[in-house]
Design a protein around this ligand. Structure first.
Ligand SMILES: Nc1ncnc2c1ncn2[C@@H]1O[C@H](COP(=O)(O)OP(=O)(O)OP(=O)(O)O)[C@@H](O)[C@H]1O
Length: 333
């Protein structure tokens, strides 16, 4: 099995006679078995990158390798399932017919079964309603043109899933989907990844959704890939702090300023202390407790803040965190 499900090398694509550099020199390495989130502001180049990998357009320069095989420019690898921007569907066919079409193109051995499975996976299958009647969530016979935005998006995910792809490319897959559908699809993607080992590359502006799925992140800015990091590295880079309850807060502030001058210490309403290490990390709690204890101050409560992954991603996207992941524009909390 290839170490990387997807690798790009110096991939570039420009539009408008070379005036818009949508993707600039992107060298990306997506580990096999990962859920890789692509994030960046509007226009950062996420969709273009995914289209190049899916073979929906040709690059100007650079290479794309999928599961160990280098693709020709504009070539689609059958092991890829892709939902990039609006799903490519035939509006005057219904959902099942659209799936059948794809199943036949892929040459699947039992296309009907594959279509039913794909519809079931994305929650567009027939279900038994509370009153015992069979309610068809996927309206058979309804033209795709007449489906709701969310139904069409679910169909797009089903089209990407049919044929059991090894690499899924999903551009904003959860947009326009109702909250129940979002959690269903998110759980589905996590299951496909964990149980079937499908590698997923997913772009989204909803960082909280990505935070629940992604093992790795790539951050794009102005067409360039400015950072790649694991979810652990992201969590480590997050600003965290300790909250302490002590029996003598004012004296504790003075002791900490004297003994551990690098720390930022704030007295909160109610008398608790919020302590942040230099650069925003969590202070060493053993050292902290020892220093206070040596000064005769009792620590009665000590809690660590949960890392705010979403806020840290926003800081990286906005260019406010340097290469080591620490904030460059932050002082205190
Ligand atoms: N077919 C095209 N013709 C001309 N310019 C294009 C084309 N496709 C994309 N662009 C431009 O390339 C840049 C990157 O666009 P892209 O859609 O890849 O960004 P994105 O990160 O997916 O944005 P969003 O988050 O808004 O979907 C933008 O400046 C966009 O206007």
């Amino acid at each position: 099995m290839a170490t990387y499900a997807l690798e790009t090398s110096s991939l570039s694509k420009s539009f408008s006679h070379g005036t818009v550099h949508a993707v600039r020199n992107v060298s990306l390495a997506v580990p096999a078995g990962s859920v890789f989130g692509i994030v960046g502001k509007n226009g950062a180049g996420k969709s273009t990158l995914l289209k190049l990998v899916a073979g929906f357009m040709r690059q100007d320069a650079g290479t794309v390798s999928v599961l160990g095989r280098q693709l020709r420019p504009g070539e689609s690898d059958p092991r890829i399932g892709a939902l990039v921007e609006a799903p490519a569907v035939y509006g005057k066919l219904d959902a099942f017919e659209n799936l059948m079409n794809r199943a036949l193109v892929l040459g699947l051995p039992d296309p009907k079964k594959a279509c039913r499975e794909a519809l079931e996976l994305v929650g567009l299958d027939a279900r038994t309603a509370g009153d015992g009647s069979r309610r068809v969530l996927w309206p058979r016979g309804t033209y795709v043109d007449d489906l709701s935005t969310g139904q069409r998006q679910r169909l797009g995910v089903a089209l990407a899933l049919i044929g059991n792809p090894e690499l899924l490319l999903l551009d904003e897959p959860l947009s326009g989907i109702d909250p129940t559908g979002v959690s269903l699809l998110r759980d589905l993607l996590v299951r496909l990844n964990r149980e079937r080992g499908v590698t997923i590359v997913v772009s989204s502006h909803v960082l909280a959704d990505l935070g629940r799925m992604c093992t790795h992140y790539g951050i794009m800015r102005d067409g360039a890939l400015v950072r790649q990091l694991t979810s652990e590295e992201l969590a480590d880079a997050c600003a965290t702090y300790l909250t302490l309850r002590v029996d003598a807060p004012e004296r504790a502030v003075a002791v900490l300023a004297e003994e551990l001058p690098g720390l930022t210490v704030r007295v909160l309403p109610g008398g608790s202390l919020r302590v942040t290490a230099p650069g925003g990390g969590e202070p060493d709690r053993t050292v902290l407790a020892q220093v206070l204890l040596a000064a005769g101050i009792a620590v009665t409560e000590l809690t660590a803040s949960a890392p705010d992954v979403e806020a840290e991603l926003v800081r990286i996207i906005d260019g406010k965190a340097d290469a080591a992941g620490r904030r460059t524009a932050k002082k205190g909390r």
